[in-house]
Structure formats: structure tokens, C-alpha cells
Design a protein around this ligand. Structure first.
Ligand SMILES: [Zn+2]
Length: 392
């Protein structure tokens, strides 16, 4: 096999087989082998060959590559009958990533390993003065790095509830964040000296679903992030669809109700005004006449305590969500739609209603619909994928 030059900072890419115009089979296999080690660790070379279906010699070459680049380590030596002693492979747990997940109401800062496992996390509430929002986030990151001095950090991934221009990398559309998020990337870079990748949260989650193998082999996947607003990440023909200015995927701001409620974007009746977490909370207030719970998690708690009005509110939100998913399915014909957000914690109750709306799409095949397997850590894990992919 050819000896490609590699450096310790070499990153993986998401390009899939069918569109692998610039990726060699070796790089694709490397990605596959890394993910098998991640999900099966600790695992021997022989077992890797068995699970992957790749030749033992191919596995050996890729493993040497991954060890040289410090992605994986040789760990324990096993004991087998007849004197063979295989060494087991595992991820290099010395390496880590800082994951930053920005919500309008709070920012979560975490240390994650290369497998996307969250090692430590802290929540930073924004101060009253939006102009002072960045300093506490930067301080929380520095504190985490100091507390994990035994780790070497590969970078910082930020999942953003908005869109950033792929050229300038500056956020250009953050309708639900009230503080000046545009200077965050540069400030973190200056404070830590680390590479900082910032990406729309739904885009990041789409890459993460592919990277971490949950939607392995799919070339047409949509992630719908349902939170304070709604964003979608479109993985189409094996790559992320960005559009001319990085704004592709704003289905949350497609008008679904003529002369509906005013949206954060300035429009009216956008999908997110009827199907986001905020809409669910509003429905509860409208149906019950009581004040809405303080958070969407609290609304789900009411559902779990069999509050019929809370159930009604979320059923209404679910129908609106399904209507929008039908629009997406009609527009893009994905093979799979993955939903990310708190609603997935009540998928047993509301998934069927969402799916029923999606299936009203009469003319094309209905995509598979599922909640993200990672639940509430999806967004943090996506920040890890951003750093590993070296997107930009
Ligand atoms: Zn809007």
C-alpha cells in the first residue's frame, strides 16, 4: 500500500463511498476501523478483521497508521489458549476536545474524549448584561482545561443555534441568541491557543450522526434539531448542503401559517413558531390557562405525571412537527430523518403522532424517522465531531 504522508493532526472526513471523489478507499477504511475500535474497545486486530470484513493485512496497516497518529493505543495483552497473546486496541484517552453547546438560555461547556464520551461538563448561565456573556464562557473553558491538565486538547467545537458564513466564519443568523456570539470564536482561540470550529447545531449533529456511525452508510440524512427554535442539517449526496451563504436548511423559518405569530427572524407563522419547544410551552399556557412551566423539561415532567393538558399541548406540537417533516421529506427525499432535542425523551408518547403526520406524504417513499440515540448529549457530541472532522 502507498505510504501517504500523515501528521499527528490529520483528521478524518465524512465523505462517503458514493461521492468519494477525493477520498481513497484507505481513508474510508481508516474511518471504519477507528469507529469499530471506538464501539468495541478494547478489541484485538483479529477481532477487528472479523467484525469489519477487511483483510488482516489491511487492518494491520490501518492500525499502525492510527497508532502513529496517536488516535489509538495498544493496551492490555490478552491471554488465549495455546500461548497466543493478542494486544487489545483502544482509543487514546489522553486526547480530548472541548465541546461548547450554546442555547439561548445557557451554554454548556464540556470535556469529551475522541469517542464523544463526556468526561466533565459545566453549565454557564448568561449574565444580565448580554455584552458580558462571553467572558464567563471563556473562563469556564480555561478552568476545564486546567482541571484536565493530563489531557492534550485537539480543539474546541462550538454548536451554534444559528448559521455562520462559511467564508468569514462569522455568524450571520442567530435569531434566538441575544448576546454578541460573533466574537466568541476569536476570543476562545486567543484564550486557549486551540483550533476552534463553530457550526450550526443541526449541521454539526448531521455530521456527528454520520461520523459516529449511527447512520452509517447513509448518503441522504436530515437532522432536525427541535429546541427553542428549529434548525435542520442536510446531509445530501454524501455531503453537507450549505447553500450559497451557508444558510441552507432554515426550514424552521418557512412560513407554515399565513399571518401566524411573529417569529424571531421577523417573519410570521414560521414552522418554529408552531412546532418548537417554545410553541409547546405556549400551547400549554393556551390550553390550561395556567402559566407555562419554566422549561420544556418541566413540561415533559408534567406529561410523565399524566397531566392531560400537558399531553394535549405536546400532541399539538407533535402534529405541527410532523407537518414540517413532511415538507422536508417532499423537498429532499432523505432516507432518514433524525430528531434531536428534548422531545426525544418523550418519543414513546409522541413519536407515533409525529410519524403519522410524516406518513401523510402520499407521493414519495417515507423516510425512516428516529430520535437521536444520544439523547441530551447529542449536541455536545456533535461539537466533538466538528473538531475531528476539521470541517473548514
Ligand atoms: Zn422565522
Amino acid at each position: 500500500m502507498d505510504q501517504m504522508p500523515t501528521s499527528p493532526t490529520q483528521v478524518f472526513t465524512f465523505t462517503r463511498k458514493q461521492s468519494a471523489s477525493n477520498k481513497t478507499p484507505r481513508q474510508i477504511n481508516r474511518n471504519l476501523v477507528f469507529n469499530l475500535i471506538r464501539t468495541h474497545q478494547a478489541i484485538s486486530r483479529a477481532d477487528l478483521a472479523r467484525v469489519s470484513g477487511l483483510q488482516r493485512s489491511t487492518i494491520s496497516l490501518i492500525v499502525e497508521d492510527l497508532i502513529r497518529d496517536r488516535w489509538i493505543l495498544e493496551g492490555l495483552t490478552g491471554r488465549l489458549p495455546r500461548g497466543r497473546r493478542p494486544t487489545f486496541l483502544e482509543l487514546n484517552h489522553q486526547r480530548a476536545v472541548i465541546a461548547v453547546d450554546i442555547h439561548p438560555s445557557q451554554t454548556t461547556v464540556a470535556v469529551a474524549d475522541l469517542g464523544g464520551k463526556i468526561v466533565a461538563q459545566n453549565v454557564v448561565a448568561p449574565p444580565r448584561d448580554p455584552e458580558k456573556a462571553i467572558a464567563p464562557i471563556v473562563a469556564a473553558i480555561r478552568k476545564l482545561i486546567e482541571e484536565h491538565a493530563d489531557k492534550s486538547f485537539d480543539g474546541v467545537g462550538i454548536s451554534l443555534p444559528g448559521r455562520a458564513d462559511p467564508q468569514s466564519k462569522k455568524p450571520i443568523f442567530t435569531p434566538n441568541v441575544s448576546w454578541p456570539v460573533q466574537s466568541l470564536q476569536a476570543k476562545i482561540e486567543r484564550a486557549t491557543g486551540l483550533r476552534v470550529e463553530m457550526e450550526n447545531v443541526a449541521n454539526a449533529c448531521a455530521l456527528s450522526e454520520v461520523w459516529f456511525g449511527d447512520s452509517d452508510g447513509l448518503n441522504d440524512l436530515i437532522v432536525v434539531n427541535v429546541s427553542e427554535g428549529i434548525g435542520t442539517g442536510i446531509f445530501s449526496n454524501g455531503r453537507l448542503l450549505r447553500g450559497a451563504n451557508g444558510m441552507a436548511g432554515e426550514f424552521g423559518h418557512v412560513e407554515m401559517e399565513y399571518e401566524g405569530l411573529v417569529c424571531g427572524c421577523g417573519g410570521r407563522g414560521c414552522w418554529e413558531t408552531i412546532a418548537s419547544n417554545r410553541a409547546g410551552l405556549r400551547y400549554y399556557h393556551e390550553i390550561s390557562g395556567r402559566p407555562a412551566p419554566s422549561s420544556f423539561a418541566a413540561l415533559i415532567k408534567l406529561v410523565r405525571s399524566n397531566d392531560p393538558l400537558a399531553v394535549q399541548a405536546l400532541e399539538k406540537m407533535s402534529v405541527a412537527l410532523g407537518r414540517g417533516l413532511r415538507m422536508i421529506a417532499s423537498a429532499l427525499a432523505p432516507s432518514e430523518i433524525v430528531v434531536v432535542g428534548e422531545i426525544t425523551s418523550a418519543w414513546d408518547l409522541f413519536g407515533p403522532a409525529i410519524e403519522a403526520e410524516l406518513q401523510k406524504n402520499a407521493f414519495s417513499s417515507v423516510p425512516r424517522l428516529r430520535p437521536s440515540f444520544e439523547g441530551n448529549t447529542s449536541r455536545l457530541r456533535s461539537a466533538v465531531a466538528l473538531v475531528m472532522n476539521g470541517l473548514h
